[in-house]
Ligand binder design. Structure first.
Ligand code: KG4
Ligand code: ZN
Length: 331
């Protein structure tokens, strides 16, 4: 039924998350347990540590999501879990748990593509979005421009040729000694800096829908070696401005190309304050509705998995119980 309660589970990287969503859009609970502190001392996510942490955290996180939702076990209509892309051991914890719960409760299991879930996050926070939209999905692992005509109907328009946008933030932050994860630290430092202080390239700004960030990272490092007196705040502001200029230009070009009514942001980098304000202003000038999901909905969570699972169940149906993890899954 359309008012079915779906339990969503997300364990693709370093957040252990569970949520209950009714009818694909009403979020009753969304619990996220971040392992970021566990991995910070290594400067990045350690896959084996992530898998073990998911094993410890997932049962209490699921229990908390159910209690908070007020939905009884026997009222859950389906269990959805991310099966890719992501870290194989981490994904397997969520997939195995979801299948076990679906078997015990005798309800369908739905395997969800993590990228498709991020696309749904944009709709969850702004249900009045008029399609088609272009979704700019920018996270630690992905940088994609996707045209969405309907839930479940996507076309990938472009993406990064090398580093993901969040990866570039994390690598530059690491170089600047700002710690992990680097995006939020650069966001804060950039507010104190001058975005014109360091001349940095905007790769492929004027053509196509492909992006590239590895040259920018190298340019930052080279500039700092040649000008050791430059301040961290100025480098952060200049780097962030270069990334945001490119993301803005590509998102607007993509929207024009497919005749989109609006632009939605998704992924962890969508929490960036400069990106949010700059794309809102540019979208407004171009007559596009710009949807900015809350930062909690931008980063990894299970509400988006439950919502995507609800749609998938209606359009494609349940997934077989021999579904495995697919670390390299694409859109
Ligand atoms: O979507 P997410 O939580 O995880 C995945 O990668 O799937 O995204 C995490 C990424 C990290 O690279 C982090 O540095 C970046 O999002 N990030 C930010 C900000 N907050 C998080 N980047 C720029 N500005 C931010 N405020
Ligand atoms: Zn993600």
């Amino acid at each position: 039924p359309s008012d079915m309660a779906v339990l969503g589970i997300e364990t693709s990287c370093d957040e252990t998350a569970a949520a209950v969503v009714v009818g694909g859009s009403r979020v009753l609970s969304s619990v996220v347990s971040s392992q970021v502190d566990v991995h910070a001392r290594y400067g990045g996510v350690v896959p084996e540590i992530a898998s073990r942490a998911h094993v410890d955290l997932l049962t209490p996180v699921v229990a908390e999501a159910l209690v908070e939702s007020g939905v009884a076990d026997r009222e859950v209509g389906a269990v959805a879990a991310t099966y890719g892309p992501g870290l194989v051991g981490a994904l397997l914890v969520g997939v195995a748990t979801a299948k076990a719960l679906a078997l015990v409760w005798d309800v369908p299991f739905v395997a969800v593509n993590h990228l498709e879930a991020h696309l749904h996050a944009a709709l969850l926070d702004d249900p009045d979005v008029e399609l088609p939209v272009v979704v700019l999905l920018v996270s630690g692992g992905h940088t994609l421009l996707v045209a969405m005509d309907a839930p479940g109907s996507y076309e990938v328009l472009g993406g990064t040729l090398d580093d993901a946008a969040g990866e570039a933030f994390d690598k530059v932050a690491r170089f600047l000694g700002l710690g992990y994860p680097g995006g939020p630290a650069i966001d804060v430092a950039a507010r104190r800096g001058d975005p014109t202080a360091v001349p940095l390239p905007r790769a492929m700004l004027d053509d196509g829908l492909e992006l590239s960030f590895s040259g920018l990272k190298t340019a930052v490092i080279n500039h700092c070696r040649r000008h050791p007196e430059v301040t961290t705040d100025d480098v952060a502001a200049s780097f962030q401005a270069a990334v945001v200029d490119v993301l803005e230009a590509k998102a607007l070009r993509a929207a024009a190309q497919v005749g989109a009514r609006g632009i939605c942001l998704g992924g962890g980098v969508a929490a960036n304050s400069q990106l949010r304000s700059q794309i809102t202003a540019a979208g407004g000038r171009a007559g596009l509705r710009v949807s900015l999901p809350s930062p909690a909905m931008c980063t990894d969570n299970a509400a988006m998995v439950a919502a995507a699972g609800w749609h998938r169940l209606r359009t494609v149906g349940p997934s077989p119980l021999d579904t495995g993890a697919v670390p390299g899954l694409g859109l």
